[in-house]
Write a protein that binds this ligand. Structure first.
Ligand code: S3P
Length: 455
């Protein structure tokens, strides 16, 4: 582990299975831990941040074991969580910290949440504020807006709340707290954030009302996995569109490529990058996949598809509004795509990128410029002037998993050698990234895996 070496690659070819969805794995662990009964979780991703959630749920009283690649979770039930006897460590995961803050707010005990240094810089006022309105005590650094957070929960009441930013993490935190609140909670969202929590709550039998950008639920509902015939109820996690995004873009920009990404999550709240590729002239297609959840009602199951992609000549585009939310995690790799498109690609209304795992406007622009990209930073986005012939360089990923993978993909079309320093950061979401890219024929390897020359 450590530094990755990437060289210009010939055509990418083949079929790979997209690894499990990080967002949905977090939710599966949390909701099954809150449920009455036992749930099997299949297709989960052993990403570092999901393992952090797993440990936190154990500390709060859920029983979790691994059996034949599935996680078997015996929930603590609605009143069964216990006060953790130590601080909960959320690693670098905003989803873990914000969603757990919502669960902790509903509990009549004290929970302390912390994480890595980059996580401790990320804004938590957006969850602390509404959780306080519901009646929880939330303390943190910097006036209660930065981790570590200390939460004393219980005695919550439902709220009617308009979210200032479109954020699935904030929405989910409040919905999870709302399960423990008296009365109804109703949320109004400014944009179409991912709806995995709502779908999974329904799978666990909770009635969630949603209409347009409004979503709500009545407190006091009990989560129960649907009764299986003899076997355990199985919650199947689809592939992560945000992980598929890296080979998807790689195949779009490496001449001669043609690949297929199997069982990829195709929830439209996540597939903005696909729509952008179509708009830019990309050669992409979705086809129905073998959906384990296909028999479930639409509002409960996560759609899955196979994604076919071939290299194509691309033209620039403009991105703002809902598409930003639907592609919110894809801007590091989208910027790489834009360096290969003809014309100026403009991203606006994306200031949220500044408070992700890194300031993704600043870090993406700075690192891609080292490779010869022409990128202007905007306060709320960027302009990428394309096409540019990238050149290999030594680049840093700022402990940001998606920046590490985006830079590695850029290296496939750059002249010479690209070195991504401390690239193991990608373990946060896509532990098999290097092997997957190698299986498709990408010229990528760990520095230590290089043949050594005798001197
Ligand atoms: C996530 C929501 C998004 C996304 C993050 C995962 C989730 O964050 O960027 O990677 O699992 O709910 P925001 O809710 O802050 O937009």
């Amino acid at each position: 582990m450590g530094d990755l070496l990437i060289h210009p690659s010939g055509p990418l070819r083949g079929t790979v299975t997209t690894p499990g969805d990080k967002s949905i794995t977090h939710r599966a662990l949390m909701l099954s831990a809150l449920a009455e009964g036992t749930t099997a979780i299949e297709g989960w991703v052993p990403a570092e941040v999901c393992l952090a959630t797993l440990r936190c749920m154990r500390q709060m009283g859920a029983e979790i074991e691994e059996k034949n690649d599935a996680l078997i979770v015996t929930g603590a039930g609605p009143r069964g969580l216990r006060e953790p006897d130590d601080v909960l460590h959320c690693a670098g995961s905003g989803t873990t910290m914000r969603l757990l803050a919502g669960i902790a707010a509903g509990q009549p005990f004290t929970t302390v949440l912390t994480g890595t240094e980059p996580l401790r810089r990320r804004p938590m006022g957006r969850v602390a504020g509404p959780l306080r309105l519901m009646g929880a005590t939330v303390l943190g650094r910097h006036g209660g807006t930065l981790p570590p957070l200390t939460i004393r929960g219980g005695g919550l009441r439902g709220i009617d709340y308009s979210l200032p930013v479109a954020s699935a993490q904030v929405k989910s935190a409040i919905l999870l707290a709302a399960l423990f609140a008296a009365g109804e909670t109703v949320l109004h969202e400014p944009g179409p954030s991912r709806d995995h929590t709502e779908r999974m709550l329904r799978w666990f039998g909770v009635e969630v009302a949603s209409q347009g950008r409004d979503v709500g639920l009545l407190g006091g509902q009990i989560l129960r996995p649907p009764a299986g015939a003899d076997a355990l109820p199985v919650l199947t996690i689809p592939g992560d569109f945000s992980s598929a995004a890296f080979p998807l873009v790689a195949a779009s920009i490496v001449p001669g490529s043609s690949i297929c990404l199997r069982r990829t999550g195709a929830n439209t709240s996540r597939t903005g990058l696909y729509d952008l590729l179509v708009r830019m002239g990309g050669d992409v297609a979705l086809s129905a996949s073998d959906l384990p959840g296909a028999a479930l009602p639409d509002e409960m199951h996560e759609p899955i598809a196979d994604v076919q992609v071939r290299h194509a000549a691309l033209r620039a585009t403009e991105v703002a509004g809902d598409l930003v939310v639907r592609a919110i995690d894809e801007f590091p790799i989208f910027a790489v795509l834009a360096t290969q498109a003809e014309g100026d690609t403009v991203v606006r209304e994306a200031a949220e990128l500044r408070v992700k795992e890194s300031d993704r406007i600043a870090t993406v622009a700075a690192e891609l410029r080292k490779m010869g990209a022409a990128i202007d930073e905007l306060p709320d986005g960027m302009i990428v002037h394309g096409p540019t012939r990238l050149r290999g360089a030594t680049v840093a990923c700022h402990r940001d998993h998606r920046l590490a993978m985006a830079l590695a993909v850029a290296g496939l079309v750059a002249s010479g050698t690209t070195t991504v320093k401390s690239a193991e950061a990608f373990d946060d979401s896509f532990p098999g990234f290097v092997e997957t890219m190698q299986a498709l024929g990408a010229n990528i390897a760990w520095v230590d895996a290089e043949p050594r020359r005798d001197v």
